[in-house]
Ligand binder design. Structure first.
Ligand code: COA
Length: 253
């Protein structure tokens, strides 16, 4: 696989998002490989817990790939978000528990991926944010629905409307993260938690996950996400990021 790696330590599977030069931004190829990789993990009878992390020291994933999204039209954006949402749901409905080990930036689609996991452990340098409204769009991989559910409406509204990122401690206060550890201890902590989960009765752990699964409806988010690709603001927002220009006043067109 080009965009991710999958390793196994006994019953613990470690999936690493692997585009460190682009801060592990989630492109179409990564979505396809995640779908394939998760399918394999789902079929592995020996797998008891999955840990997802990002390659490099800087990022878990800095969002969906803006360079790929910049010129998408309505139907391209709709399909992209549907596929992204399906992968997030594959994570959420994987029968075994999934731990996000967040090592740095978890922005946009990267934060949405972490939100689809059951448990989030953050390094002290982790940064969480959904900056999509600063790019003229909204989260498209289920983030509006999941963040509201996990952190509560007010904290989610503050983050999504302002686009402002929060550090690991604030993310813990909001209930997004359950533990904050030193960067060098992150994978050790996440793997030892995964091993502890793996030692419990696997049928009971799977039953607990099924029983805790929330109701889900991201259809409205998907339609609104795609409609924003009909606006000038989306072109302006993404063009400004990619060409490293200062943000301009959005015209609302
Ligand atoms: N999509 C595509 N490329 C991305 C990306 C994304 N979401 N996030 C980072 N990259 C790329 C950058 O374009 C840059 O590529 P280049 O070296 O070819 O120019 C590379 O990753 C490194 O990022 P850079 O911005 O130079 O790093 P930085 O340390 O200065 O800033 C961030 C880090 C995370 C603050 C910044 O990359 C950022 O704001 N990323 C976008 C976050 C975002 O809006 N995500 C939501 C998308 S919907």
């Amino acid at each position: 696989m080009d965009t991710l790696t999958i390793d196994k330590k006994d019953t613990v599977v470690i999936l690493t998002l692997n585009r460190p030069d682009k801060l592990n931004a989630i492109n179409k190829a990564m979505i396809a490989e995640l779908s394939e990789g998760l399918h394999e993990i789902r079929r592995d009878p020996l797998a008891r817990c999955l840990v997802i992390t990002g390659a490099g020291k800087k990022a878990f994933a800095a969002g969906a790939d803006i360079a790929e999204m910049e010129h998408m039209d309505f139907s391209g954006a709709k399909t992209f978000a549907e596929k992204g949402c399906a992968v997030m749901q594959d994570i959420e409905t994987l029968p075994i528990p999934v731990i996000a080990a967040v090592n740095g930036f978890a922005l946009g689609g990267g934060m949405e991926l972490a939100l689809a996991c059951d448990i989030r452990i953050a390094a002290e340098n982790a940064v969480f944010g959904l900056p999509e409204t600063s790019l003229g769009v909204i989260p498209g991989f289920g983030g509006t629905v999941r963040l509201s559910r996990i952190a509560g409406y007010a904290a989610a509204a503050e983050m999504i409307f302002s686009g402002k990122a929060v550090d690991a401690i604030r993310a813990q206060q909001c209930g997004i993260v359950s533990h904050v550890v030193k960067p060098e201890e992150l994978m050790g902590y996440a793997c030892s938690l995964a091993e502890a989960i793996s030692r419990n009765a696997p049928l009971a752990v799977k039953a607990a996950k099924r029983s805790m699964r929330p109701a889900q409806d991201t259809a409205m988010e998907n339609m609104l996400f795609a409609q924003l690709f009909l606006t000038k603001d989306q072109r302006t927002g993404m063009d400004h990021f990619l060409h490293k220009k200062k943000a301009e006043y959005f015209l609302g067109e």
